[in-house]
Design a protein around this ligand. Structure first.
Ligand code: AHG
Ligand code: MN
Ligand code: MN
Length: 341
């Protein structure tokens, strides 16, 4: 077999990310290494999520455990894990996370890099207590200028500027899914060897099979969103045969729909001013997943236009989100335009 290519090579995440670098002859390898750092963070977080139920025995969260350490809540642990594995490498200039009100500049004496990381360390954290899947979402932007202290405004870039984005899904297996603008690729963690292996190359969304939404809030939605919901249920000329699936973890709902086809939406609330712009966060939930969706042939909208075109004006800004199969997301835009003015 000498000289012949292996017909079914085992592709580790490291090899795949390095191969992708070939698409960017100007690349210095920094982005590659950030992705690799995040994959490592994913392994560390996964090892904790699988032990979540043991808190009862080993110490409740926020209690002092047998070693005299405080047992951290899982979302705080995930936040610290990502931060500690990325802040000293000289690759990032700053980080913004759901868990912190302000962005985090790179602490002295670590060198400062040219990328900005935005992330939701533990998405769906209310599901942890019930042995349900959770996730981590990330987006990587390049700084617009090099050198000098980072300002909050530098994080206010539209999703179109994302250099890479993706998520880690902690489900029945742990998966790392990312795009750097050349398709969407998924890796499954083989726990016996501790490596993410390429399991889902070039993911493309098939025709919709599912819709995912919290129907408990239906009465708070606009007429356009109500009409869209009827349409998905096959009423009055709507699409036939969709099933409803809702986990309540954005990453998991999105991941299922990405592989099986479908739409997820979390609309604005017309009655409650606190959620008048929806619940989900533009910078570290909606925009990174919108990039993944578009790279897989799907689309994400705030109901009026592409999520990827929206420039945030604050770190924790909320947005309505409609994401999944393009034909269906264009349909909700049409209903909103026609019925909500
Ligand atoms: P987080 O745990 O990061 O705060 O996110 C929770 C989000 C998201 O994952 C999910 O889609 C949504 O909240 C579910 O909200 P409802 O319980 O209102 O349906
Ligand atoms: Mn979240
Ligand atoms: Mn979260």
């Amino acid at each position: 077999m000498a000289g012949q290519a292996d017909p079914s090579p085992i592709i580790t995440i490291e090899r795949h990310i390095l191969d992708e670098q070939a698409f960017h002859p100007e690349a210095t390898g920094v982005l590659t290494n950030i992705l690799y750092d995040l994959a490592l963070a994913g392994k560390v977080i996964a090892s904790k999520t699988t032990r979540a139920g043991l808190a009862e025995i080993l110490g409740r969260t926020e209690d002092v455990n047998v070693q005299g350490e405080t047992v951290l809540k899982l979302d705080r642990f995930a936040d610290l894990t990502v931060t500690r594995l990325t802040d000293h490498t000289g690759r990032l200039a700053g980080l913004a996370s759901e868990e912190n009100a302000d962005f985090l500049p790179i602490p002295a004496p670590y060198p400062m890099g040219k990328y900005l990381l935005v992330f939701d360390p533990l998405d769906g954290s209310s599901n942890v207590d019930f042995n349900m899947p959770v996730g981590t979402i990330f987006g990587i932007y390049k700084r617009k200028r090099e050198g000098g202290p980072v300002t909050e405004e530098e994080f206010f870039q539209p999703g179109r500027n994302l250099a890479a984005a993706g998520y880690i899904a902690y489900g029945t297996s742990t998966m790392f899914v990312y795009t750097a603008g050349h398709g969407v690729h998924g890796f499954t963690l083989d726990p016996s060897v501790g490596e993410f292996l390429l399991s889902h190359p070039n993911i493309a969304m098939p025709a919709a099979k599912y819709f995912s939404v919290n129907l408990g809030y239906q009465r708070f939605w606009s007429r356009g969103v109500q009409r869209f919901t009827e349409y998905l249920q096959g009423r009055e000329g709507g699409v036939q045969g969709l099933s409803l699936r809702y986990i309540g973890t954005l990453v998991s709902d999105f991941h299922r729909n990405l592989l099986a086809g479908g739409v997820f939406y979390y609309p604005a609330d017309t009655k409650d001013p606190r959620t008048a712009r929806g619940k989900l966060r533009l910078l570290y939930e909606a925009a990174p997943l919108a990039f993944v969706a578009e790279q897989a042939g799907g689309y994400a909208s705030d109901g009026r236009g592409p999520i990827l075109d929206v420039t945030p004006s604050s770190l924790h800004q909320r947005t309505p989100l409609f994401i999944g199969n393009k034909d269906l997301i264009l349909k909700v835009e049409e209903f909103i335009r026609g019925l909500d003015g």
